[in-house]
Design a protein around this ligand. Structure first.
Ligand SMILES: NC(=O)c1ccc[n+]([C@@H]2O[C@H](COP(=O)([O-])OP(=O)(O)OC[C@H]3O[C@@H](n4cnc5c(N)ncnc54)[C@H](O)[C@@H]3O)[C@@H](O)[C@H]2O)c1
Length: 434
């Protein structure tokens, strides 16, 4: 199959490289010339484990190429995937669909022969209808179908998720388009990934429902964690106690500083807006978004409390900035609110993250960046663990204690055992544990 992938970001680049690895011929198109230039020189503009090797292999074998202009790629493609961003629209929280519609117009102008246009971007229910209308308006003569194929990969494990998905959702009622989609994903039949065929609107909604459900699960355990702290229970015991129930499942039951990232915050908001517009408000998700919003600053206050109630003039060492480990993605990371809360209270911030510092520099002010965890902790009055990178899981506590001004650890990811850290003389706070 010949595939054009419009947008070479976290989703477009991973999907494009994986499709090429399946044996298809893929051209990844991005409007950002710096991204394409980097890719053509063999540099990967994002951090995603395994991606550099996958891209290099498929470029070398002639299946993967890059371009800034989509015309040639689209003209020869049987399927054109739209994987551009759908951020929150400023002001109202609806998904900003301007990139999707712009891509649709450009695709319409370039396509030649029967073309399946696939939205992989997360888009509100009904967007496929609008994409179809735009293409039809631009090119009344065109032979095409618009399919929804939402993406469920997780940053940090994106390649494994793409190659071994729990399911593939394909939303179309066009049989020709369904055949093309089945052919594209055929290599995954070997792994027996279920392909769920449904109508386009159901596919669009499935993605939002999945993210909203996961966000709800996280928020649920976070509120249970608050209660655990009040009643003297350990949230990890409770999470295990409920998670082993198959109807509940143990994933996404880790209490922490609240969800962030490029998807959950914007997707929950967009679902809330869509549901309100259709007069079917989803109150539970409205509450989840509000609770999560509050939580990030509350985590900043937790660190302040661990420091005895004041951080004015003190240095807080922050370990981990990205919204989760194994990515360089800083979008909506809880660290941003936590750091601002600490700065508002007069703290100096020194931070370290193995991959996120470049992006953080453009988003935070007055932060000193360290070379590693120990450099970060030196002379600090508290150490806040915000993202659970593996390298933070087994720090030399003796060494930390010797170099810190005060032995205080706020472990917002519960990666240490309280007794062990306290035994070494630290003041230690975590989430949902006493
Ligand atoms: N990041 C994730 O983990 C994830 C997971 C599942 C779904 N999604 C969804 O996938 C979509 C893309 O997310 P992302 O994180 O990859 O975004 P991203 O911001 O990393 O990448 C989007 C890319 O599209 C490019 N672009 C925008 N308009 C273009 C156009 N007209 N032509 C060519 N390129 C264009 C941008 O330059 C950018 O490089 C979003 O809808 C997101 O919600 C993301």
């Amino acid at each position: 199959m010949r595939i054009a992938m419009i947008g070479a970001g976290y989703v477009g680049l991973v999907s494009g490289a994986c499709f090429a690895d399946f044996g298809h011929s893929v051209c990844c198109v991005d409007k950002d010339p710096a991204k394409i230039e980097a890719l053509e020189q063999g540099r990967i503009p994002i951090f995603e484990p395994g991606l550099a090797e996958l891209v290099a292999t498929n470029v070398r074998e002639g299946r993967l190429s890059f371009a800034t202009d989509l015309s040639q790629a689209v003209q020869s493609a049987e399927a054109v995937f739209i994987a551009v961003g759908t951020p929150s629209r400023r002001g109202d929280g609806h998904a900003d669909l301007s990139y999707v519609y712009q891509a649709a117009r450009e695709i319409a102008a370039a396509m030649d022969g029967y073309t399946v246009v696939v939205t992989k971007s997360t888009v509100p229910v009904g967007t496929g209808d609008e994409v179809e209308r735009i293409i039809r308006e631009t090119r009344p003569d065109a032979d095409f179908a618009v399919v929804s194929n939402p993406e469920f990969l997780r940053e940090g494990a994106a390649i494994a998720d793409f190659k071994r998905p729990d399911r593939i959702v394909i939303g179309t009622e066009d049989e020709r388009a369904e055949a093309v989609m089945n052919e594209i994903y055929r290599p995954l039949y070997l792994n027996q990934a279920p392909i769920l065929a449904m109508c386009r609107r159901a596919a669009e909604l499935t993605k939002y429902a999945a993210n909203a459900f996961l966000a709800t699960k996280i928020t649920f355990i976070n509120e249970i964690a608050n209660l655990c702290e009040q009643v003297g229970a350990d949230v990890q015991d409770v999470a295990r106690g409920i998670g082993l129930d198959n109807r509940i499942g143990s994933k996404f039951l880790h209490a922490g500083p609240g969800y962030g990232g490029s998807c959950f915050p914007k997707d929950t908001l967009a679902l809330i807006k869509t549901a309100q517009d259709f007069e079917a408000p989803i109150r539970i998700v409205e509450t989840v978004a509000a609770v999560n919003d509050q939580r990030k600053r509350a985590m900043g206050r937790k660190v302040i409390a661990a420091c005895g109630g004041s951080v004015r003039g003190k240095t807080v060492a922050v370990l981990g900035l990205t919204f989760k480990p194994n990515t360089d993605d800083m979008r909506e990371a809880p660290s941003l609110d936590i750091i601002r809360t600490l700065q508002d209270a007069g703290a100096k911030i020194r931070a370290y993250d193995p991959e996120g510092m470049e992006a953080a520099k453009g988003m935070l002010q007055d932060v000193e960046y360290a070379r590693d965890a120990y450099d970060c902790a030196k002379d600090a009055h508290a150490l806040a663990i915000v993202t659970e990178w593996n390298m933070f899981r087994a720090l030399d506590l003796e060494r930390l204690k010797k170099s810190m001004a005060e032995p205080v650890i706020a472990d917002l990811r519960n990666i240490y055992r309280a007794e062990e850290v306290r035994r070494r003389g630290f003041t230690y706070v975590s989430v949902g544990r006493v």
